[in-house]
Design a protein around this ligand. Structure first.
Ligand SMILES: CCCCCCCCCC(=O)SCCNC(=O)CCNC(=O)[C@H](O)C(C)(C)COP(=O)(O)OP(=O)(O)OC[C@H]1O[C@@H](n2cnc3c(N)ncnc32)[C@H](O)[C@@H]1OP(=O)(O)O
Length: 194
């Protein structure tokens, strides 16, 4: 946590997070949740292709190599792309809690520039849970898991049901996903294992 008091700071009485008994084991790769996700999908040519791994407790790690397509200033990663890397890593925490959750708030600090070609080592953890609200934090370090901090975030994720996507997503993509038995199986498993 950054120490600031904001909407992404847990209120008094928020509970410590509990790792779900069926969470992926520490070190296990958490596969992409959607082929066309800009953060993790293999079907997006200039996407981030983040591969997230379960950590200890309620935490995950991930790596992101900055490519030419991710530039803002010449030779440097775009801040919005770095925020996406943080957001996607934080999104992986749902697999540890075994809930479906979306970003409500993402407060990002950009600490140092990240050059093209650098590998950003990301880690995220849940700090506390209060009802549907999941308070979490993430850090991205350059070059190594203990490298210099380049970006960090405090975030509030909100638990949702699958209907959130079915009701709000464009119909053609929703229909394609609902026609894929593997995708439906994964999503329903989250709903019947609160
Ligand atoms: C299959 C797995 C998919 C995983 C995808 C991971 C991808 C990476 C993560 C993402 O980028 S997700 C995409 C970006 N996020 C969104 O598109 C979310 C858009 N926002 C919404 O859909 C709704 O605003 C939201 C579902 C977040 C909340 O609406 P709800 O009507 O369900 O909740 P409500 O407004 O009743 O708020 C519930 C609580 O959360 C609080 N809250 C909601 N949004 C907040 C916010 N933005 N900031 C602070 N607090 C917020 C709200 O005050 C309240 O607190 P209390 O219970 O204490 O009263």
């Amino acid at each position: 946590m950054s120490g600031r008091t904001t909407a992404a700071t847990p209120p008094p009485g928020a509970a410590p997070p509990a790792r779900h008994p069926e969470a992926p084991a520490p070190g296990e790769i958490i596969g992409s949740h959607y082929e066309y996700c800009f953060g993790c999908g293999g079907g997006v040519a200039h996407g981030l292709h983040l591969q997230t791994r379960a950590g200890e407790g309620v935490s995950v790690t991930a790596e992101f190599q900055v490519k030419e397509a991710h530039q803002g200033a010449p030779g440097l990663a775009h801040g919005g792309v770095l925020a996406t890397a943080l957001d996607e890593t934080l999104g992986g925490l749902g697999w540890l809690l075994r809930v479906i959750a979306v970003t409500g708030r993402l407060e990002t600090d950009f600490v140092r520039p990240v050059p093209v070609g650098a590998v950003l080592h990301l880690e995220a953890e849940v700090v506390a849970v209060a009802g549907r609200k999941i308070f979490c934090t993430a850090t991205g370090r350059i070059g190594a898991p203990d490298g210099p901090v380049a970006v960090r975030a405090d975030a509030l994720f909100i638990e949702v049901k699958i209907d959130h996507f079915i009701e709000n997503g464009r119909k053609q993509e929703i229909q394609a996903v609902l026609a894929d038995p593997d995708q439906v199986k994964v999503a329903r498993a989250f709903e019947v294992n609160p």
